[in-house]
Design a protein around this ligand. Structure first.
Ligand code: SF4
Ligand code: SF4
Length: 235
């Protein structure tokens, strides 16, 4: 920038000295996702056979060189150290997709339910932009979200958030923020709903409380038509 080159240690890693960072946290996240195949039986012919297509698919993630740049630029890791992070989640995707693995469902359950799992990514795209090997960790995370939904994992705050966002904009042309907050927390999740009360008060005092009855967009029908068109294309 402006003819200057900034050289800094990787962010979201603890600095040992100067540009030297600890990779302990990076590899503890990799370890967390069980980074090896877990077949339930021995191969019949001496080795597991996987199709060329399935292996080509895995290359998206297998190209990762563990450089940690995506972790350094991840905006969620900056504020939430429990987030598994883009590199480890891209690695998790590789084992979810591998036809030789027998624990796809358990892997997805863990990544769906655990704090810091697939639903904590904010889709900021940073990891996609900086990755030198085109692993596109965010895309891998989104694919695992779709897999989780296909497998019936619909009771997570992340899923409820996405679903309510989708339906709200489809219905009103705008986001119903009150409904989004309550629905994401869960209508029967009393402790989480109680947690929302002080946040609501703060928003009220600052004049930022969203309306109870949601505003509707002037061109809400046009927005709805976009939904209908996209949903038809997906059929
Ligand atoms: S897209 Fe998700 S994983 Fe990637 S940098 Fe942003 S928050 Fe992190
Ligand atoms: S930036 Fe790309 S290559 Fe580097 S660790 Fe992340 S996913 Fe792997």
């Amino acid at each position: 920038k402006d003819g200057e080159l900034n050289i800094e240690p990787l962010a979201n890693h603890s600095v040992i000295r100067d540009l030297v960072v600890s990779v302990d946290s990076f590899f503890s996240k990799i370890k967390e996702i069980t980074p090896y195949l877990t077949p339930k039986s021995e191969p019949v012919t001496g080795e597991f056979i996987a199709s060329n297509e399935s292996m080509e698919n895995l290359l998206k993630s297998m190209n990762c060189i563990m450089c940690g740049v995506c972790v350094s630029d991840c905006t969620v890791l900056e504020v939430d150290k429990k987030f598994i992070g883009p590199a480890a989640l891209a690695k998790a995707w590789r084992f979810v997709e591998d036809p030789r693995d027998d624990e796809k469902s358990q892997r997805i359950s863990y990544l769906n339910d655990t704090e810091g799992g697939i639903w904590d990514c904010t889709r900021c795209m940073q990891c996609v932009e900086v990755c030198p090997k085109d692993v596109a960790p965010m895309d891998r995370i989104m694919e695992m979200r779709e897999t989780a939904i296909r497998l019936g994992h619909k009771n997570s705050p992340g899923y409820r958030h996405s679903e309510t966002f989708y339906r709200s904009v489809k219905k009103h042309g705008r986001l119903d923020e009150t409904l989004l907050a309550i629905s994401s927390a869960g209508w029967t999740n009393i402790p989480r709903l109680i947690d929302l009360i002080p946040i609501g008060f703060k928003a009220l005092i600052r004049g930022k409380l969203p309306p109870i009855i949601p505003h509707k967009a002037e061109k809400k029908e046009a927005i709805k038509n976009i939904y209908v068109k996209v949903e038809k294309e997906d059929e």
